[in-house]
Design a protein around this ligand. Structure first.
Ligand code: AGP
Length: 606
């Protein structure tokens, strides 16, 4: 989704703005722009396409010069990607960048048109810029307060006023924005990676707080104009974590970071060999008090929740429902105060997941979130938050966030099973110790990545593909299929292996490869029967299973043999070759692996 940056300091800011925007490219965008106070005037350069295109434009037309400016990468919602629809928007007096959606923009636009305003773009953002201009009375805070009182929807806004040439103003609602504190310089940004090169210190802007940034002073006030004192946060990771570190793509780097990410996430939650969530304020008694669990999330986070469902139900015998957040929020869910709703989100800002959280709280359920980005909206608004410690995930295709999310679900399942007296303390300790061996097993899988790359080369000209599996293998197949389609653009579907015969087997022919995941030994023979059925109809079959399993060579074309661990934990191992298949297929097809078309890293609109 859109990315916002802003700089006010002593340095020439255009290069800094572009550099910071480049750190937000991972969020997905289709156009970019900057506005700088140049010799007392607000000057804007923007265009459709990548940041490099904007640089080329400035190489030709001249770089903007100034020490105060704002920048934006746009992911189109209202109006096609075009130069004119790119941000910043405004006029000679006020210029803004915006992330979010203004739901009542049409009404505002009609009103402003009736007052003589003209609009150049099709965007909702331009109405906010003109609304600010309409209400401008010489006092930026009063003007912003007046304008936002009329806006419905979500927004993070960076605002320049010509009359305040050395200041940036910012405000947000339902879209993230941070305020960075440097040495004689201040920043705004959608996310920490944008400014980590310049400062690790930042404030989290709260809903409808207005920030006024000068080079050496930042002040905050609420909508009543009352000053607000805020806690300064310090990022506990550095530039290197936000760089590729020698890997060709962030996705490959992040796949390799998984062993460490699991250790960082799991280790602090083990005390005396047992799971321990007391750091999050979650006691054994609390976990014992729920009748049902709902897991609500989007995309990969939802598929992590699907693994969570299988594991919690199997071990702890508590009914778990997994919901797509965009459905949950509108299906009038039946919840009580004996229900636990777990929201899962890497970014902590996904609009539908956030709305689901608010709904669950309103109905009276207890909410708990599994979130990667510290201080994000979902983390802050949940009753309990369990932070995953994956570090920054830059690639749009989520890999390490998925891995740490499922590792938390395993720990939760162990804890729930123990606290509900279903497993003994010894068994719980044994399961925890097996979980701790996962990072080494993943390292083993990564050593064989060239083999996976060879298999990917067999898939690159495929147009359609099936993933099949049973039980946990089916849960994992859904994530494997999502990963492949989002970055390789190959259409794929994940099917419960036993369900194929009820329809989709009619699609199987020699143009339809099948990736069969069969790591659950009690279901192995059944899945192999399904493999034989598709093989008999011409499908090329890639089987992902334990390396120790003996496989009928006639039934498959390729086998990816995995190191063995308890079957229940196999999704953590088997996820890796599925991630690698998607990665290499995308690379071989020449796709933009880290920034796949049409996708955004953080989906802050519904
Ligand atoms: C993952 O590869 C996807 N890009 C996407 O499905 C993602 O998992 C989803 O948008 C949820 O994001 P979140 O974890 O930040 O809430």
């Amino acid at each position: 989704m859109c990315g916002i940056v802003g700089y006010v300091g002593q340095k020439d800011c255009t290069k800094i703005l572009l550099d910071s925007l480049s750190k937000l490219e991972y969020r997905g965008y289709d156009s970019a722009g900057v506005a700088v106070v140049q010799n007392g005037k607000l000057v804007t350069k923007k265009n459709k396409g990548r940041l490099s295109g904007l640089e080329e434009k400035m190489d030709k037309e001249g770089w903007l010069k100034g020490t105060c400016g704002i920048g934006h990468t746009r992911w189109a919602t209202h109006g096609e990607p075009s130069d004119i629809n790119s941000h910043p928007h405004g006029n000679a007096n006020i210029t803004i960048v915006h992330n979010g959606i203004i739901e009542n923009y049409k009404k505002i636009k009609d009103f402003l048109e009736s007052k003589g305003y003209e609009f150049a773009s099709q965007t909702d953002t331009e109405t906010v810029a003109k609304l600010l201009d309409y209400y401008y009375n010489g006092d930026p805070r009063e003007t912003i307060t007046r304008a936002i009182s009329e806006i419905e929807g979500s927004y993070a806004l960076g605002i320049l006023f010509k009359d305040f040439p050395n200041e940036i103003f910012a405000v947000r609602k339902d879209s993230p924005l941070i305020v960075g504190v440097g040495d004689g310089e201040s920043f705004i940004a959608s996310d920490v990676p944008a400014i980590i090169k310049y400062t690790k210190n930042y404030y989290l802007l709260e809903e409808n707080e207005i920030a006024d940034l000068k080079a050496d002073k930042i002040t905050f006030c609420d909508i009543h104009g009352m000053s607000v004192q805020k806690e300064l946060h310090t990022a506990n990771w550095d530039m290197e974590a936000a760089e590729k570190g020698g890997y060709e793509h962030f996705m490959l780097k992040e796949i390799h970071e998984q062993p460490n990410a699991i250790k960082m996430t799991v280790s602090p939650r083990i005390v005396d060999g047992m799971p321990d969530f007391s750091e999050s304020g979650i006691s054994r008694e609390l976990l014992n008090s729920f009748n049902r669990i709902f897991i609500v999330a989007c995309g990969t986070a939802m598929y992590a929740g699907t693994v969570g469902k299988y594991v919690i139900e199997r071990l702890a015998r508590i009914p778990v429902t997994v919901d797509v957040a965009s459905e949950f929020r509108y299906r009038n869910p039946i919840l009580t105060d004996k229900d636990l709703v777990i929201l899962v989100s890497q970014s902590g800002e996904t609009a539908d997941t956030l709305a689901s959280l608010r709904l669950a709280k309103k109905i009276g359920a207890t909410t708990m979130s599994i979130v990667n980005v510290k201080g994000s909206s979902i983390a802050r608004e949940s009753d309990y938050v369990i932070y995953s410690h994956a570090g920054p995930e830059i690639s749009v295709a989520s890999t390490k966030a998925y891995m740490v999310q499922i590792s938390i679900f395993y720990l939760l399942a162990f804890e729930l099973a123990y606290s509900n007296d279903i497993i003994t303390k010894d068994e719980c300790r044994r399961l925890v110790s097996v979980l701790q061996t996962v990072p080494d097993k993943i390292e083993e899988v990564l050593k064989d990545k060239d083999e996976v790359s060879h298999i990917a080369s067999q898939l690159m000209s495929t147009e359609n593909l099936f993933y099949i599996g049973r039980g946990l293998d089916y849960a994992l197949s859904m994530e494997g299929s999502l990963k492949l389609k989002e970055i390789s653009y190959i259409h794929s579907e994940a099917y419960a292996a036993g369900e194929l015969k009820h329809g989709p087997i009619s699609l199987i022919n020699d143009d339809m490869p099948v990736i069969a995941v069969a790591t659950q030994r009690e279901l192995f023979d059944k899945t192999i029967s399904n493999v034989k059925e598709v093989k008999a109809r011409g499908a090329k079959v890639i089987l992902v299973t334990h390396s120790s399993m003996s496989v009928d060579e006639e039934a498959v074309d390729f086998v990816i043999g995995l190191p063995t661990i308890d079957d229940m934990l196999m999704p953590m191992i088997a996820a890796v070759p599925l991630q690698l298949i998607a990665y290499y297929t995308s690379v071989l097809k020449g796709n933009d692996v880290d920034k796949p078309r049409n996708l955004a890293k953080s989906v802050t609109v519904e």
